[in-house]
Design a protein. Structure first.
Length: 703
């Protein structure tokens, strides 16, 4: 007979923690809420320590100590314990805790929560207690409740020990039926998945299967169902007493699997009974399995975690029995996880199971318990990382494919394409630098533990979050800004064409032409970087995400103040800024120009203003006409000059003769209507474009 035993045998980490706690806590006034595990022998051991079992928290006296088993409880139990002063020892499995948090968070949303699992299972009841009991529990792909999800937004979690095969089928049917969003949380415990995978593999290879576990154990029942689907002969045993050799004696290949709440010793007992039963014909393979039970050293590997049973205690340490070993192994006192080693303390724990690590597999075998805590913390962290938690490592090296690092007993590999968004050419520059990572895949075998991780996914998620936040801010910004609004903004940076101003966190452009009515060459002549000003919204282009604002639009125009500063008859000082054939424009102040007509430059007749004035020349003049509404000011330099003593008017004939002697300008003179934008026509109205009638009469009398 060929006997194959699943590697994933014995307590899972959650059950192990609960059992260890129950075996170490003082029994006076201590209660356990429900059966610790579905194993009568363990329940009897717990009861023998004086720990009582309560089916409901109402059965626990005020001020007592209450242990919560690995299945977990609903939120109201914690509240009830706090109200009544009951001390809680929480042994809830870390995986269950994570699902409880997911359910609690989902309860605050409008999503319909679905739990795949058995509605009567304590874990499912506890999970439902974190969303007020409003979750829908589905245990079959054919459940009629799936159809009721058609018009709902759905979020799905699973009981940790639920069948992965059933879970996948249920999810497929929900996604097929549901017309809205379906959010899936794959919360089946990885140890459960491994047990189910091994059970399926063994059942497919063997002629008969033995499933060991309590009759009330949900995960054991699922192992049994998996085996039945793949093997015609499956036998379920609670313990070795139920083993019947006559039922399996004629099978060539027999596989053995056990539930998560089944102690490893139970599997050992079944194997010993098979070996000692004469009805079971031992083959070479069977003898090899039994031989390994006598000396399992060949099965041990350095770094391996094994469950040991305390058999005795001495001054040197604790003697333990290991799976497949019949002789004791010494766990030295320096390797025991305790504050102070006392043999009498451990003598009271003979028969109890402890977890140890193989430090050396050579002869003699060396074990350690001290490093278990560190390893458990690492596995807890790995479970969180597998669930999507971010972690960081320092890059230790690189190869052709990417970067390498280590985290505890795990190696970490970051493919080159997963380092950041974009191509990475020089991998060596990352050596010694910290990387923020999320796991893409976790590989764990007897020989190798590796995490394949990505930093790029974190950067992409953060970028997506930033882009979404930016889009939301922009939408709100454009919904509340309109042309004509007056807004406050801070000058962030300037260019040669304008200033970029932050208005409620959005960059708006104040063009240089909209900074001053008189025009400026440099933005900083008007605005100071880092300072806040008020601006007027000139244009809103939501499609292209652009907003134009102006500063000058909120400032008075120079001509708006002219009437307050000047009046006709005033003498002003200015600078000649432009000369035209009919006169000169004089800048009185920025944005305010006045015209000195050619006839008002001098008492003498001038053919061209350039004969008397130059651009840039500063002059004094008298305001003859002031029209702020039309933005016009007529000036006279002549009015400030002394009158000539003799004014001689020459006869037209003399003037004509003189003109005939002058060389003629070959360039034709432009018609008046075409001169300088009509400036001549505008400024010659009102008789100010030539000699006045009084001047002509005065000249006639003098002659």
């Amino acid at each position: 007979m060929n006997v194959k035993v699943a590697k994933s045998s014995g307590f899972c980490s959650g059950v192990r923690n609960a059992v260890d706690t129950a075996m170490s806590v003082e029994g006076d006034n201590v209660y356990i809420l429900g059966e610790l595990i579905h194993k009568p022998s363990v329940t009897e051991q717990v009861g023998a320590r004086g720990i009582r079992t309560a089916e409901d928290v109402s059965e626990v006296p005020d001020g007592a100590v209450l242990m919560l088993r690995s299945h977990g409880v609903g939120e109201v139990v914690y509240a009830e314990c706090e109200r009544r002063g009951i001390e809680v020892i929480d042994c809830t499995c870390a995986f269950v805790k994570r699902i409880q948090e997911i359910v609690r968070r989902l309860a605050a949303t409008d999503k319909t929560i679905v739990i795949t699992g058995s509605a009567a299972h304590p874990e499912v009841i506890g999970l439902n207690g974190w969303c007020g009991g409003r979750a829908i529990v589905i245990d079959s792909p054919d459940s009629p409740q799936i159809a009721a999800l058609a018009d709902k937004n759905v979020a799905v979690v699973s009981q940790t020990t639920f069948s992965e095969e059933k879970f996948d089928k249920i999810i497929k049917n929900i996604e097929k039926e549901c017309k809205k969003t379906v959010e899936i949380f794959k919360t089946i415990c990885y140890t459960t998945k491994e047990r189910q995978r091994e059970a399926a593999q063994l059942a497919a290879e063997c002629d008969a299967m033995i499933v060991i576990g309590g009759q009330n154990s949900s995960n054991t029942q699922k192992l049994y169902d998996i085996c039945r689907a793949r093997c015609a002969h499956v036998f379920r045993l609670t313990d070795a007493d139920e083993f019947r050799a006559d039922k399996i004696k004629n099978f060539l290949n027999v596989g053995i699997v056990s539930g998560a709440s089944t102690p490893l010793t139970q599997t050992q007992e079944v194997l010993f009974k098979m070996d000692n039963n004469t009805e079971v014909k031992a083959t070479n393979e069977m003898e090899e399995v039994v031989a390994q039970m006598d000396n399992g050293q060949s099965k041990l590997k350095r770094g391996q975690l094994v469950t040991a049973i305390i058999s005795s205690a001495s001054d040197e340490g604790v003697a333990v029995l290991l799976p497949f070993f019949k002789k004791e192994i010494l766990l030295e006192k320096d390797e025991i996880d305790c504050e102070e080693y006392k043999p009498e303390d451990f003598a009271a724990k003979i028969g109890e199971e402890i977890e140890v690590m193989v430090v050396s597999a050579s002869n003699p075998v060396k074990l350690s318990q001290k490093i278990i805590k560190q390893l458990k913390e690492e596995e807890g962290k790995i479970a969180a990382i597998e669930a999507g938690e971010e972690f960081d490592v320092v890059c230790g090296g690189f190869n052709k494919g990417g970067l390498t690092a280590t985290m505890g007993t795990y190696s970490v590999f970051i493919p080159a394409k997963e380092i950041r968004m974009g191509y990475v050419k020089d991998l060596d520059k990352y050596v010694g630098k910290k990387l923020r990572l999320k796991a893409l895949e976790i590989k764990k075998t007897d020989r190798k533990k590796e995490i394949i991780a990505s930093q790029r996914v974190i950067l992409e998620e953060e970028k997506a979050a930033r882009d979404a936040a930016k889009a939301e801010r922009e939408a709100e910004f454009f919904a509340n800004i309109h042309v004509g609004d007056v807004v406050e903004g801070k000058v962030e940076r300037v260019t040669n064409f304008g200033a970029f101003v932050s208005v409620n966190g959005f960059d708006c452009l104040a063009h240089i032409s909209d900074l001053s009515w008189s025009g400026v060459k440099n933005v900083t002549d008007v605005l100071e970087i880092g300072k806040k000003y008020e601006f007027k919204v000139l244009k809103v282009d939501e499609e292209n995400k652009k907003v134009s604002i102006g500063y000058k639009q909120l400032q008075p125009q120079p001509w708006d103040l002219v009437a307050e500063k000047y009046a006709e008859g005033d003498i002003v000082h200015g600078k000649v800024v432009r000369i035209v054939p009919f006169g000169a424009f004089v800048e009185i102040e920025n944005g305010v120009d006045g015209l000195v007509h050619v006839s008002q430059i001098s008492h003498e007749w001038l053919e061209n203003p350039t004969s008397a004035l130059n651009i840039g020349e500063e002059i004094d003049a008298k305001i003859l006409v002031l029209d702020p509404a039309s933005k016009k000011m007529t000036l006279s330099i002549k009015a400030l000059l002394p009158e000539p003593e003799v004014t001689r008017v020459r006869q037209r004939k003399d003037r004509d003769e003189e003109r005939s002697d002058r060389p003629r300008n070959k360039k034709a003179r432009a018609p008046r209507e075409n001169r300088e934008d009509g400036e001549y026509r505008e400024w010659s109205e009102g008789g100010l474009g030539g000699a006045s009638i009084a001047e002509m009469l005065q000249n006639k009398n003098d002659n």
